[in-house]
Design a protein around this ligand. Structure first.
Ligand code: SF4
Length: 460
């Protein structure tokens, strides 16, 4: 089975030459000491085969793993986008930098403060004693840019640095992405420092407000503690998946023993949270799109025909609420009208179907979803409304040979949808254009030209 989440963090080692007090990846609860090259290589192959497109090597400090360049080359040879997150200390060594640069697409530098005292206090210093200077960071960044590598800066905001100002540094360095993380307590990793480094949401917001407008909004990526928990796929130095959604690390069985699918199913990672925290961004020219498309409209608008055609053109899956309703009606031994009347009297049945269907859709991406209420219930979606005149709708229904249904009956059903949506969800008119990203008058357009129009709009 292919993974829904396309990016993975592989923490290769727990070794690190810094002593950050807020570090959530100390892995003091794991025994593994030495990095095993062959094992890491096999794990990377398995991750690529499972559909992960981007791999981020982390630690500890990944540049301390001597085989990192070979692992990057291996991931690249499997078609993955490669990134590392590093404290930067080893990247000033020419040969080390060049070996890594040969096969890395992004380098994320962890820079929390430009104040030496702050970095000493927080432990963001070699052996907790020697800080990296602003000039050191500027030199590394200049090297990264010269090598054509994308630059990310990761900043953890904690009690140590939350009142500081990095505006000038960020304006000067212009990272392709600036990830700003609210320091997160994780039992067993940094909990001995609990209380020392934590900040409130208000304090985090103040830091964010102080730093807006310096880079493109899409490159400015804040992550609150709630966004971080359960939104990352992470592999530990022991080759197990892990998550920290319950405030401490929970580890799966080893990937090499049970396989990626089973191991991944043992940890908690929420695709919706991953999307919401901006987990999908333009990390490579060739990456796939991860979103859904919903299609809504009245009877005869062509939702199903257009939806299937569009899905085929995009290589997406097609799914329809109508099919789920038909299945449910059959289970209850009713025809579709009887079932709809039943739903009018029992609105809970209706809302349950919406819940089930939308949950299912929201756990996946790259789907075209035929769903009148998709604009309300489907996350991370491009919402389309197909409009049609009554005359054309009648002709389409007739030519579709829905002979068992006369027009009046179909109209009655359509009206009862409006009543149900109003009663269940307070939606006055689901055909109101303001709900949608794209509205198409379909009367005089062929299905192919409608699909072309949609694809052009999506590209834009
Ligand atoms: S440099 Fe990174 S891995 Fe090392 S202690 Fe600091 S946060 Fe943890």
């Amino acid at each position: 089975m292919k993974t829904k989440i396309p990016s993975v963090n592989y923490h290769l080692t727990k070794a690190c030459n810094m002593r950050c007090k807020f570090c959530f990846a100390t892995f003091t609860d794991l025994n593994v000491v030495k990095h095993n090259f062959e094992r890491s290589k096999t794990i990377i192959t398995k991750l690529a085969n499972a559909g992960f497109e981007k791999i981020n090597f982390a630690g500890g400090e990944p540049t301390l793993v001597k085989e990192l360049p070979q692992l990057l080359a291996h991931a690249k040879s499997l078609g993955m986008t490669t990134t590392i997150v590093s404290n930067g200390s080893m990247l000033s060594l020419n040969s080390r930098f060049n070996d890594i640069a040969a096969n890395v697409d992004w380098i994320a530098l962890s820079i929390d403060s430009l104040n030496d005292e702050t970095n000493i206090n927080s432990g963001r210093a070699i052996n907790g004693k020697t800080v990296l200077t602003i000039q050191f960071y500027l030199d590394i960044i200049s090297r990264i840019k010269k090598a054509g590598i994308k630059l990310k800066i990761n900043t953890v905001v904690s009690k140590f640095n939350n009142v500081e100002n990095m505006r000038e540094f960020i304006s000067t360095t212009q990272p392709d992405r600036w990830k700003i993380l609210q320091a997160m307590p994780v039992e067993g990793q940094n909990c001995t420092n609990d209380g020392l480094f934590q900040i409130t949401t208000t304090e985090f917001d103040e830091f964010l407000n102080r730093h807006t407008g310096l880079i493109a909004p899409s490159s400015f990526v804040p992550e609150y503690v709630d966004d971080i928990k359960g939104s990352y796929v992470m592999v530990s130095p022991e080759g197990t998946f892990f998550d920290s959604s319950i405030g401490k690390h929970f580890y799966s069985e080893p990937i090499l023993e049970v396989g990626v699918t089973k191991a991944l199913s043992q940890v908690h990672v929420d695709f919706n949270k991953f999307i919401k925290r901006g987990g999908i961004y333009q990390w490579s020219e060739n990456q796939q799109d991860y979103f859904n498309i919903t299609i809504s409209g009245g009877v005869g608008s062509g939702k199903s025909t257009i939806g299937k055609l569009l899905a085929k053109r995009l290589g997406f899956e097609f799914t329809s609420l109508g099919n789920q309703v038909i299945r449910r009606a059959k289970e209850m031994k009713m025809n579709i009208d009887e079932f709809q009347n039943y739903c009018i009297k029992h609105p809970k049945e209706d809302t349950e179907i919406d819940n089930q269907f939308s949950n299912n859709c929201n756990n996946n991406s790259r789907q075209v979803i035929d769903y009148r209420l998709g604009f309300k219930f489907i996350d991370n979606a491009f919402n389309i409304l197909l409009k049609v005149s009554t005359e054309t709708a009648k002709l389409r229904v007739k030519s579709a040979e829905r002979s068992t249904e006369n027009w009046q009956k179909i109209q009655e059903r359509e009206l009862s949808f409006h009543d149900q949506f109003l009663g269940n969800y307070g939606i006055v008119n689901f055909l109101d254009a303001s709900h949608y990203d794209l509205v198409i008058e379909t009367d005089y357009l062929s299905p192919e030209s409608i699909v072309n129009l949609i694809i052009n709009q999506i590209k834009q």
